[in-house]
Design a protein around this ligand. Structure first.
Ligand SMILES: [Zn+2]
Length: 329
């Protein structure tokens, strides 16, 4: 029985390494020269990284595999795994459409291909045997020129419906250019899109209060309660939910253990800031990394108490961008 909702999962990091490996084998991919057996690939793919930048490099490899031609293969496996092994009823999958276009084409042609990427994903995340609801969040990227990010936003707006929101992703570089992003988020909201941004994941430098009026949720944001808890008051006032992805912080080198997460949960609870527990890149974490597994880990490490679990699970439905059902009790 499907029970849960995941609001923060990257298409590039969502797939089990076995699925990626089989894909590489089926396509006789040159990367296999480095990994003649699955075990070696698995260790490399799921190893903890020292920094977020290092983590993102492997992510780029998968993004390149997920070209237009192969998206249906990955989408089907994504849906059936989430429905069958994680009991997910609802999922918001996020990705950058530009990174899935043909690299051989000109920038203009790649921009033109983005709509097709979104449409292909939309038509392949409704497999009849696995009745999970999947909505899309389109990612802007801090590494891309503004012109391309504006085109990504337009692509999201043009596909409102299957696309429910916009995100800001990529390594947390250039904290001083926040104004550009605030403008794009304002534009997104006036077009009917919901908004979230990767902020406060590796530090507090990127967390400008000017973001708060234009965001519905924050991806991670864990450094707000950890480093600048007075800011939580504003988040509570604006009903901004934090998307917290426990195992991810160990994989990206942001936290050494789960202990600090207790402080995140306790301070948010006290301030009245909602947290949705999410998986981020479950395929990149040592198996089994599932949403129910993340819930269990939080209890196991005394981050939350068992009695708080239902509330935490309901929060994901309540904070969802495109969930039209009744809020679960
Ligand atoms: Zn993320």
């Amino acid at each position: 029985m499907a029970l849960y909702a995941d609001l923060h999962r990257h298409l590039g990091g969502a797939l089990h390494p076995r699925i990626i490996y089989k894909f590489l084998q089926n396509n006789d991919h040159p990367v296999l020269n480095y990994f003649p057996d699955y075990d070696g690939f698995y260790s490399w793919f799921t190893r903890p990284c020292r920094t977020l930048e290092e983590f993102v490099k492997i992510h780029t490899l998968v993004e390149e595999l997920q070209s237009l031609e192969h998206l249906p293969y990955f989408c089907l496996r994504l849906c059936r795994g989430a429905y069958t092994f994680e009991n997910l009823q609802y999922m918001e999958i996020r990705y950058n459409p530009y990174f899935r276009t043909d690299k051989e084409l000109s920038v203009q042609k790649r921009i033109g291909q983005m709509n097709e990427v979104v449409e292909t994903i939309a038509s392949n995340v409704r497999p009849s045997e696995y009745p999970i609801t999947v909505k899309q969040i389109i990612c802007l990227d801090r590494r891309l020129p503004q012109k391309i990010n504006e085109a990504i936003l337009k692509c999201a707006t043009d596909n409102l419906g299957p696309v429910v929101g916009i995100d800001l992703a990529g390594p947390e570089i250039e904290p001083n250019v926040w104004e550009i992003w605030v403008k794009l988020f304002t534009k997104a909201r006036s077009a009917g899109l919901k908004t979230t941004a990767h902020l406060g994941e590796t530090g507090i430098e990127n967390v400008h209060p000017q973001f708060f009026p234009v965001l519905d949720r924050i991806g991670h944001g864990i450094h707000i309660p950890l480093v600048n808890p007075p800011m939580l008051k504003e988040l509570a006032k604006r009903q901004i939910t934090l998307e917290v992805c426990p195992t991810s912080y160990k994989q990206t080198g942001v936290l050494q253990d789960f202990h600090k997460l207790k402080l995140v949960f306790d301070r948010c609870k006290k301030a009245g800031v909602a947290i949705a527990v999410c998986t981020d890149n479950p395929g990149r974490n040592p198996a089994p990394c599932t949403l129910p597994g993340e819930y269990e880990r939080l209890i196991d490490h005394d981050v939350i108490d068992f009695s708080e679990l239902k509330q935490v699970q309901s929060e994901s439905f309540r904070s969802a961008f495109g969930y039209a059902g009744i809020t679960r009790k």
